[in-house]
Design a binder for this molecule. Sequence first.
Ligand SMILES: Cc1cc2nc3c(=O)[nH]c(=O)nc-3n(C[C@H](O)[C@H](O)[C@H](O)COP(=O)(O)OP(=O)(O)OC[C@H]3O[C@@H](n4cnc5c(N)ncnc54)[C@H](O)[C@@H]3O)c2cc1C
Length: 454
Amino acid sequence: MINNISRRQLLRVLSVAGFGTVLAARTVADETGKKAAASPEGSGWASVRKPIPATPRDRYPATLVGGKVIQPERPLPVIQETDVLVVGGGPAGFAAAVSAARAGVKTMIVERYGYFGGLWTGGIVLIVLDTHINVKTDSTQVMRGIGGELLDRHWKIPGTIAYRPNTKHNPTTDPEATKYFMDEMIAESGATVLLHSWATDVVMDGNAVRGVVFESKAGRQAILAKVVVDATGDGDIFAAGGAEFEQWLHAIGLVHRRGNVDRADLGKLKMKSLGALEPLPSVNWVNLRGPMSDGLNVKELTRLEMEHRRSIWQATQKLRGTPGGENVFLLQTAPQLGVRVTRMLAGTHKLTGDEVRAGKKFSDIVGIGGGGKGWPIPYGTLLPKKLDGLLAAGRCISTDEKLIENMRLIAPCLVTGHAAGAAAAVAVQSKCQPRNVDIKKVQKLLKDQGAYLG
Ligand SMILES: Cc1cc2nc3c(=O)[nH]c(=O)nc-3n(C[C@H](O)[C@H](O)[C@H](O)COP(=O)(O)OP(=O)(O)OC[C@H]3O[C@@H](n4cnc5c(N)ncnc54)[C@H](O)[C@@H]3O)c2cc1C
């Protein structure tokens, strides 16, 4: 039993969302593995090796022409046509897909890695900050709706979420639980899922995005959609579509986790803690800010990944060599490098820190960001100035340098993802472009789905 759901029930739910073949295959493999378990790896495994006809692979190699690498024109297989296509399965993309699918439109979500959660789970950034406003006194939870429900699933299973006594603000989650609950909610919503697929380009129809091109082990393929939600965090899709954007440098770090922290002697180490609280006993996570750099420069990403890992390793060895720290070990460096901000959409509305400070109100409000008195998020922050067929969500939406530190937190990303998914669904149902939706319909759908708009 997993979370009171039997394996059979789980398979049924997942098969609705297109997980069926994969999971069924894994179950068979598990069983075969059990039978062969007595044999050591390398012998007795013949039963799990089976030749199959080779999958044909389209060949359109680039060629060197006059010293330039030229790609030939090529047709792409269209593997799916959908109403809403969400690219990126971080907090924003997850919420967008669940919202659109629950609204009843055909929805697909595609993610480059093998799990949902983005920096939250894969970046091991575990504390969900700014879930509430007026934190000290009459606090109100503003991160409700899809994001609120996701946290509620953690609250029901002890050991998956940690928080300071007498408060449920800013909880810390177990990343494996978060990944599992995200799988569960996506599957239940009926959205179709494709993991291990990296979006590399757009399919355009005039000024509108009509689909996305992906690369995977299956080669290059396209998915067509009526509305695309760019939840890549880096604006990969709106940039490929030609939307206006700004590009920023920001601190790039690598989060890591320490094990056996409860067996350390903090007194002897003269330290207050060995990292931040986690739901798992004996484990702490350690944030790392890192130097200001360009998160779109792959050479820089490579350098920082290796440099951070080296310094984390050396710091751990030093800790283990210090009286009181002998038992502590490096449990994990995050699978994903911590890129905070790269491209920011130039939206039809750029929300500024000054507007928030002045308490400006917006008739097209689609969510509220937490922390302090809170701040309204207008729909225009998700809408490109000119590009059609697309909405942005998450840390790459249209804000200024004063607000981005709040906007990029997990809770507001869940909120803007929810808003983008709902707006995309309304656009499909109304047969119009996202910029022409009746905002009252979007707000009603958001409220019906439990979102908080004040
Ligand atoms: C080091 C660090 C510490 C932080 N600390 C905190 C904290 O303590 N509390 C807090 O609330 N927030 C914190 N944040 C911020 C927060 O984690 C992120 O801003 C938030 O996760 C952004 O959500 P998102 O969905 O917009 O993007 P992401 O989480 O980046 O998710 C984007 C998703 O899209 C996928 N993707 C990207 N490009 C493609 C592509 N081309 N094709 C297919 N898939 C793609 C990615 O794999 C990923 O799953 C921190 C961030 C960092 C880097």
